[in-house]
Ligand binder design. Structure first.
Ligand code: MG
Length: 302
């Protein structure tokens, strides 16, 4: 079972559910299941946010809702058969926190020793684009790289979360491509400046396609992670190679800042980063989650 956000042909943002080979408009199901009228209440992020905050975001809740509704109306009434456009699985997070050099081999390929404590930086939420969206490379920006990463979605607000309780704060997982203006980043590092610009450009945050509930991935530290450009493998690793585990990251970050429900933590990229160019098709894959596919085009100068 996989959850995603999508835009209907009528331009309404809804939650989609892939379940037993069919795709359903879960927003419509939920209106009946919980007697909540969601139409006209705004885009899906608020609805998904409510599900997260009420702790409804689990495989059991989704399946129970479908079964209950099936007793009232045939599920085929809710099946999606039209074309639709993917949306960002959870949009408007209060922050997108990324990890620098959380895989030793990637730290070394960029000329650095593995860190002794997590290196965190922020990516602008406005950089996020969905599955099948287009990465636009501004003219004159120099080298731009892909970085495939496992992203954790926070399901419960917390501060000073102990490692032993950290997984209680995870709602689920998705895939992130932490696209980076590498030449700009090297210039920023040299000038002792933050990485905010080189990481935060519009369209430099592909994310999705699915938000997989935590209960479906018993161990997020045992996932194959790959990235292909035009079908050719560029990055290939396993999340077992992460230096700092997800509980360690949540405990570390929440010592300093509140993690809000809906926040995203992107856990760092393995080795194999390489440049993107006009016309490329980039596919970031974690088999348990899916394939995040995006297109690359040159854009006018910024
Ligand atoms: Mg990264």
């Amino acid at each position: 079972m996989k959850v995603f956000s999508f835009l209907t042909p009528q331009h309404e943002t809804c939650i989609g559910l892939e379940y037993q080979g069919a795709v359903y408009n879960f927003t419509r199901c939920w209106e009946i299941y919980k007697d909540i009228q969601t139409a006209g209440r705004g885009p899906a992020f608020s609805f998904l946010q409510i599900m997260l905050e009420l702790d409804y975001f689990s495989t059991n809740t989704f399946v129970e809702a479908l079964q209950t509704i099936n007793e009232l109306r045939p599920l085929s009434d809710f099946q999606i058969t039209d074309d639709f456009t993917y949306e960002i699985p959870i949009s408007r997070p209060s922050k997108v926190i990324c990890l620098g050099r959380n895989y030793a081999a990637h730290a070394r390929e960029s000329g650095n020793e593995p860190p002794s404590e997590p290196i965190i930086f922020a990516k602008a939420p406005s950089s996020l684009i969905p599955h099948q969206g287009t990465i636009l490379i501004p003219k004159g920006i120099g080298r731009v790289d892909h970085e495939v990463e496992l992203a954790v979605i926070i399901g419960k607000t917390g501060k000073s979360i102990p490692e032993s309780k950290a997984m209680d704060y995870v709602a689920g997982y998705t895939i992130m491509n932490d696209v980076t203006a590498r030449d700009r980043q090297f210039a920023e590092i040299k000038a002792s400046q933050p990485w905010f610009l080189s990481k935060g450009l519009d369209t430099f945050g592909p994310i999705g396609p699915y938000l997989v509930p935590k209960d479906q991935i018993p161990d997020p530290h045992k996932l194959d992670i790959t990235l292909k450009i035009n079908g050719e493998i560029k990055q290939k690793s396993n999340t077992s190679n992460m230096i700092f585990s997800i509980p360690e990251l949540i405990a570390f970050i929440s010592r300093f800042m509140t993690l809000n429900c809906g926040d995203i933590i992107s856990t760092g990229t393995p080795e194999g980063i390489s440049p993107l160019k006009d016309g490329d098709i980039v596919e970031a894959e974690i088999p348990e989650i899916g394939i995040l596919r995006n297109f690359v085009f040159d854009a006018p100068a910024v």
